[in-house]
Design a protein around this ligand. Structure first.
Ligand code: BES
Ligand code: ZN
Ligand code: ZN
Length: 510
């Protein structure tokens, strides 16, 4: 969708849809005043401007009170913009960024349904909104775009033309610079989110580790990043027993993807490593998963998708950081050559791990990747992984679990999550969780006690992170895939984590 800013008086501009974001009114009789006025109205009338009488009448009799995400389309023949839509922003005292995104998303979906090519949005008064123009346009554009996330890449039907194709934010010219900046930033976040979503949605017969590496390489080229892909012989040289072990049961060989963005402008610029779990399909291996819903395990590379999406955003924003993105990727299959429960693997850091359950494979591949990331001595490491069913049981699908040894990372991720609405919930991580993963036959085991599974999984990973490095582990098993559609997320990969981590890096870099 193309976004532009214009000061043209709304009623005189040719368009298919003219949108008025509107605060909720207490009494439905008040709604007639919102268009240009005093009550829920978010725009002041231009000198001499009045709403056409016919429209006022229709709005007054509608019963519409502008609850959040509710819409009132009114046909108005006497303006060039044929349809006018009041878009509810809900209670004025409760407005937040996500409400703006969802309202924008609801409008965008309506515009698509109405086959509107051009949409005009009357930008509300920033004083009335209580947020600046950059933040408003960023949220509006992000919400509109995210709600229309492309789907059906594998369907053979011809793609229908894009509706809406263009969107104009209407405001006084003095506000254009800020509105443009917000829209441009939003489009970068959306690009990263869509990239992540598309990667998760690709079917696992196509999205193999080699294919994921190719996608990462292509993105790296587009964003001017360095890209290195380790193959099996190179992984063998580094003794990556975890990644090799998980990959050995599949006909599709594992890979270790690493990307580098050198955006640091000074010696003080932080070095940040992002690590993402890239299991392109998780059958459970010899500890085979039950058949029901196993198809969802194509999303077990959601962490890889998230860090790739975040990397794309960070590169496009040109943030003042040095970024290393590491993705261990493998397919977890049962096979004559697959690892079995009781196997002992030697990991890249030299520690031995007894495999008690081949379905706890994510931690095995992440262990080698965290060690690999640690070699570059980053100031911070963030990893994202669809790691445990336990985290889904504990937190559901609206929150990722956050486990960390760093209060700075916890604060940054909580703030970033509040703003992007990719929310995290802080869970404890203590030495007892690390100790719970000590093995009988090897130094460690990959399966802990039944209780506290999300935290003992993090405890396992902690054995592979340098002590002094600030590290956050984000378990996205719940929110990374949507089984039901919502306003901003169609069914499929949600892209969860891409915007969150990019925003967190932006906060750390600022
Ligand atoms: N990929 C799964 C975790 C998962 C579950 C992701 C649900 C998304 C939705 C992971 O590899 C796994 O199977 N974990 C096991 C670990 C257990 C064997 C210790 C689990 O959570 O059951
Ligand atoms: Zn598994
Ligand atoms: Zn898995």
């Amino acid at each position: 969708m193309r976004w532009t800013i214009s000061k043209t008086p709304s009623a005189d501009t040719a368009a298919d849809l003219l949108v008025f974001p509107t605060f909720q009114v207490k009494d439905k009789a008040d709604i007639k005043d919102v268009l240009l006025g005093t009550k829920g109205g978010v725009r002041k009338a231009a000198p001499g401007e009045t709403a056409p009488a016919g429209i006022k009448k229709k709005v007054a009799s509608s019963g519409f009170v502008a609850k959040a995400c509710s819409l009132l389309p009114v046909y108005c023949s006497n303006t060039k913009a044929g349809w006018l839509v009041l878009a509810g922003l809900g209670d004025e005292t409760k407005l937040d960024l996500e409400t703006i995104r969802k309202t924008a998303g609801t409008v965008a979906k309506k515009a698509r349904e109405m086959k509107a090519k051009k949409v005009l949005v009357v930008v509300p008064d920033s004083k009335r909104l209580g947020i600046d123009d950059v933040a408003f346009s960023r949220a509006w554009v992000e919400g509109a775009e995210m709600s229309l996330s492309p789907t059906g890449a594998m369907k053979t039907a011809k793609k229908s033309p894009e509706f809406p194709a263009s969107c104009v934010l209407l405001a006084d010219i003095s506000r254009a610079k800020d509105l443009r900046a917000g829209a441009a930033e939003a489009q970068k976040f959306v690009a990263g989110c869509f990239f992540a979503r598309a990667l998760v949605n690709e079917p696992p017969n196509i999205q193999t580790p080699v294919h994921l590496a190719e996608s990462a390489k292509k993105m790296a080229k587009e964003e001017n990043l360095k890209c290195k892909i380790l193959t099996v012989p190179q992984m063998k040289k580094l003794n990556m027993g975890g990644l090799l072990g998980v990959g050995q049961g599949s006909a599709n060989p594992p890979r270790l993807i690493s990307l580098e963005y050198r955006g640091g402008k000074s010696k003080k610029s932080p070095t940040i490593a992002l690590v993402g779990k890239g299991v392109t399909f998780d059958t459970g291996g010899i500890s085979l998963k039950p058949g029901a819903s196993m198809d969802l395990m194509k999303s077990d590379m959601g962490g890889a998708a998230a860090v790739l999406g975040a990397t794309k955003i960070i590169a496009q924003l040109g943030l003042d950081v040095n970024l290393i993105t590491i993705i261990p990727t493998a397919e977890n299959m049962p096979d004559g050559n697959a690892i079995r429960p009781a196997d002992v693997l030697t990991m890249a850091n030299g520690k031995t791990v007894e495999v008690l359950n081949t379905d706890a494979e994510g931690r095995l591949i992440l262990a080698d990747a965290l060690w690999y990331a640690g070699r570059s001595k980053p100031d911070y490491i963030m990893d994202a992984a669809t790691l445990t069913g336990a985290c889904v049981v504990a937190l559901g699908t609206h929150f990722a679990g956050l486990m960390s040894n760093s209060s700075e990372l916890i604060d940054s991720l909580k703030q970033a999550g509040g703003e992007t609405f990719e929310r995290v919930w802080h869970l404890p991580l203590i030495d007892e969780h690390k100790d719970a993963m000590k093995g009988t036959w090897g130094d460690l085991k990959n399966l802990g006690p039944r209780e506290g599974g999300a935290m003992t999984a993090a405890g396992f990973l902690a054995h592979f992170v340098p002590e002094e490095t600030q590290w956050a582990h984000i378990d996205i098993a719940g929110p990374s895939y949507a089984e039901r559609p919502a306003t901003l997320t169609p069914v499929g990969g949600t892209g969860f984590g891409a915007r969150l981590m990019a925003r967190a890096v932006q906060i750390i870099a600022s």
